[in-house]
Design a protein around this ligand. Structure first.
Ligand SMILES: Cc1ncc(COP(=O)(O)O)c(C=O)c1O
Length: 477
């Protein structure tokens, strides 16, 4: 920890100091338009080096996967290879104007087409669209597609989406935004979907089910084929939330187990940057029954020529132009680097790493559904008197780790959701276990230490809701 007090930009200001030397003015001076210069807006006056140090110091306050282990469950904070960035920064990709005609933009459209083909193969889909900008945006697209399908078949009364109680919050939100009503299906004692409850909910008003596999409990839904059949038999469709594809690439194709439409978060599984709501890509893939409803345009190839085209019954655009094209270049680079074999090893290593951590930690951190996990596991942080998951998460910051996702999924009390990803070494995992065991010991012997954490940061416990909703963004010295 740096014990020197950290100056704020305004405190570094010195009257009259400047960071630039402008050439002598060689045009007649004209007054600054009224209202542009406001005396109440004070600006710090400083030299260039002070400015550089200030912003560099600020940038180092960010926590990032390039600096530390980031086991944020459900977010797949894997390393994003730098080769992706090199590819995305090629002038041909970067400089292409979004309004250029298809015949003069063959390279970009070919890349979109190739990526579509790769993702079709990974998911077993008959078509995919790269339009949506995030997982939640993909969900919304998929639910629009399901709704359009039922309306086209003369079934306006199919308005009910079934959603397991372990689901990510975006699932019910997307369905509600698409105008459907949601029905929560409870989990059984094993952490899977309760089949009796599902059977009871399957009636002629069902539009479909939205199911995450592996679930947000980090568990594979063993009854997925039975569940898909039950919903199909009732006339509904199956939406797969593919945010957790990191556990399955090259191992299982979701379309093979009855998924009709699904999103993949390219900004998770396919190693493109994510955070702050994007920019990402929540590609949607569809089985034949829904392929023509996909958002568009999508890339097509005929006689070696590429073009962007709308599927025949498309729900329309979800994003301007090609969507987040830079993300597509990165994901394509990653898939080509790994190849088919690499895709499988990615998933196997992600699952192995999570099970290794779980096996080493489960004596100290109880697990509600203790069966073998997939790419992540959900522990509980309420094992010591007076200590909560929040305290454990805050104490992890003192040891230089980004806390895992906490208090989600909602069906696990005091949840602590750990996702190591495949890109971490055994040494990193072991160092993390050592710290977690130490914190578990501290929780028993010195609970006050945890309740006051973090101790090594410029600020301690914040009002997190207020910090997010009403951030103080200007200096009030
Ligand atoms: C299981 C699950 N579904 C959906 C989403 C939403 O994805 P996005 O954040 O890209 O909108 C997430 C995001 O964390 C997720 O973990």
């Amino acid at each position: 920890m740096n014990l020197r007090p950290e100056p704020l930009a305004f405190e570094l200001s010195s009257p009259g100091r400047v960071g630039v030397a402008l050439p002598k003015c060689d045009v007649p001076a004209s007054p600054v338009p009224a209202g542009l210069l406001r005396p109440e807006l004070r600006l710090p006056e400083m030299d260039e080096l002070t400015v550089v140090r200030h912003f560099t110091r600020l940038s180092q306050k960010n926590f990032s996967i390039d600096t530390e282990f980031y086991p944020l469950g459900s977010c797949t904070m894997k390393y994003n290879p730098k080769a992706n960035e090199v590819a995305a920064s090629q002038p041909g990709w970067k400089g292409a104007h979004p309004l250029v005609a298809d015949e003069r933009n063959q390279g970009s459209i070919e890349l979109i087409w190739r990526l579509q083909e790769s993702l079709k193969a990974i998911g077993g889909f008959s078509a995919v669209s790269l339009q949506p900008a995030a997982g939640a945006h993909g969900e919304l697209s998929g639910v629009f597609m399901i709704r359009a399908y039922h309306l086209a078949r003369g079934n306006p009364g199919r308005v009910k989406m079934l959603i397991p109680d372990s689901a990510h919050g975006t699932n019910p939100a997307s369905c509600t935004m698409a105008g459907l009503t949601t029905v929560t299906i409870p989990s059984d004692a094993d952490g899977g979907v309760d089949l009796d409850a599902l059977r009871a909910a399957c009636d002629e008003t069902v539009a479909g089910i939205m199911i995450t596999n592996p679930s947000t409990l980090g568990l594979f839904e063993r009854n997925i084929e039975k569940i898909a059949k039950m919903v199909h038999d009732a006339g509904g469709l199956v939406y797969g939330d593919g945010a957790n594809m990191n556990a399955l690439t090259g191992v299982l194709r979701p379309a093979d187990v009855g998924i009709d439409v699904m999103h993949f978060n390219l900004h998770k599984t396919f190693s493109t940057p994510h955070g702050g709501g994007g920019p990402g890509v929540g590609m949607v893939g569809a089985a034949p029954v829904l392929a023509e409803y996909l958002p568009g345009p999508i890339a097509t190839r005929k006689d070696g020529t590429y073009a962007m085209a709308m599927p025949s019954k498309s729900i329309g655009r979800m994003k301007a132009f090609y969507g987040n094209f830079g993300v597509l270049v990165r994901a394509y680079t990653y898939i080509r680097m790994l190849g088919e074999e690499g895709m499988r090893r990615l998933a196997e290593s992600a699952v192995l790493n999570a099970n290794y951590l779980k096996a080493r930690l489960e004596k100290a951190y109880p697990i509600k559904y203790p069966r073998r996990c997939m790419h992540e596991f959900v522990a509980m942080g309420n094992f010591a008197e007076g200590v909560h998951t929040l305290d454990i998460a805050k104490r992890m910051i003192d040891y230089g780790y980004h806390p895992p996702t906490i208090y989600f999924p909602l069906i696990v009390p005091e949840a602590l959701m750990v996702e190591p990803t495949e890109t971490e070494s055994k040494e990193t995992l072991d160092a993390f276990v050592d710290v977690m065991l130490k914190i578990a010991e501290e929780a028993r012997t010195d609970p006050e230490l945890l309740r006051g954490a973090p101790h090594a940061t410029p600020v301690g416990r914040l009002d997190e809701v207020a910090a997010a909703r009403c951030p103080v963004l200007c200096y009030r010295g």
